[in-house]
Design a protein around this ligand. Structure first.
Ligand code: ASP
Length: 332
């Protein structure tokens, strides 16, 4: 009797599932239609990155052209922005937290599903390299704060004051009002996330940021957390996020995109669906913050989408590097 009840309940939930998936299919009509060509040749080597980071992507492309691995490409690419003191959202010269401390978040994930991450790292110019060392040299995935910094010194990284005169001035100006407000498209240049596919069709990704400007001390965003700011599945594809990390965390953004691709969505449809999850939440105040995603599937087909206009991506494909403006939920 009990078993019969169970079977009845299961078949009911099966019917409910069918209705739900039909409803999803209807919703999909609102998404960008992507024509699939099963004969299309896979397009790699490839590197894609959030924002207009031509130098980073060119550097990644040089690694790929020489037959280097996707992991080397994304790490070398991210390092370019980390070392640039003019980039106020990443590495050296990144804007500090509200107490004046520059704290960096970064992660990497390779084609075998290995990953490494550093959170709240201070005094080190290249958190992406430290994240890689965490992956390759320790039994752990994440190291935070003082422990991460200590590990970096043990690995030979040198101590550097990351607060530049410009960033210090900006922080001192901010302190006058001390008003925390996420800035949409800050200097058109937030978190740098990169995914690459090398000549052998292997995927890796990396992500690096100084996090939100004037955040609370101790705050960690999406960028160093696997599945949130970055996710790579070598069989399916990879995705990276930029923008208000708290919102990406609440929707497990990058993992969601990869799972949607696994279920058959194109990278573009998957990015749009992930943005939809954020903006369609009850009482979402999405007009006040930006989130942008970029993704590629295993074949090198790409997608990118954001909430607000003026998000862009940089891509290396077919031997050239270009910056592409993203479509957005709110139109320009
Ligand atoms: N996602 C980053 C964070 O929340 C910041 C950004 O990309 O703007 O820390």
């Amino acid at each position: 009797m009990k078993r019969r009840k169970f079977i009845k309940a299961s078949s009911l939930s099966g019917a409910a599932l069918l209705v739900a998936s039909t409803a999803n299919a209807c919703q999909d009509k609102n998404q960008t239609e992507v024509k699939k060509d099963p004969e299309a040749k896979p397009s790699f080597p490839l590197a894609i990155a959030t924002w207009n980071v031509e130098r980073s992507v060119s550097t990644a492309s040089e690694v790929l052209k020489k037959g280097g691995s996707a992991l080397d490409a994304v790490v070398e690419g991210c390092k370019i922005e980390e070392a640039d003191p003019k980039n106020i959202t990443v590495g050296l010269g990144g804007l500090p937290d509200r107490d004046g401390n520059v704290t960096l978040d970064s992660c990497v994930m390779d084609n075998k599903g290995n990953c490494g991450s550093v959170v709240y790292l201070q005094n080190i110019v290249h958190p992406v390299e430290v994240a890689r060392k965490v992956m390759e040299e320790t039994p752990h995935v994440m190291l935070a704060g003082k422990g991460a910094e200590q590990f970096a010194y043990e690995m030979g990284f040198k101590k550097t004051d990351l607060l530049t005169e410009e960033s210090k001035k900006a922080w001192e100006k901010w302190k006058v009002e001390s008003k925390y407000d996420p800035i949409i498209n800050i200097e058109n240049h937030d978190t740098i996330g990169m995914i690459a596919i090398d000549n052998d069709g292997q995927l890796s990704g990396a992500c690096t940021t100084s996090g939100l400007a004037y955040k609370m001390g101790g705050r960690v965003g999406d960028s160093p957390i696997i599945g949130f700011g970055l996710f790579v599945d070598n069989e399916i594809g990879g995705a990276v996020a930029t923008g208000l990390g708290e919102e990406v965390v609440k929707t497990v953004g990058s993992f969601l995109i990869v799972e949607l691709m696994r279920q058959g969505k194109s990278p573009q449809q998957a990015c749009e669906e992930a943005i939809k999850r954020i903006v369609e939440k009850p009482n979402s105040n999405f007009k006040d913050f930006q989130v942008g995603y970029v993704a590629t599937n295993k074949r090198g087909e790409i997608g990118y989408y954001s909430i607000h206009p003026n998000f862009s991506i940089t891509i290396y494909r077919d031997g050239k590097v270009e910056n592409l403006k993203s479509k957005s939920h709110i139109s320009a």
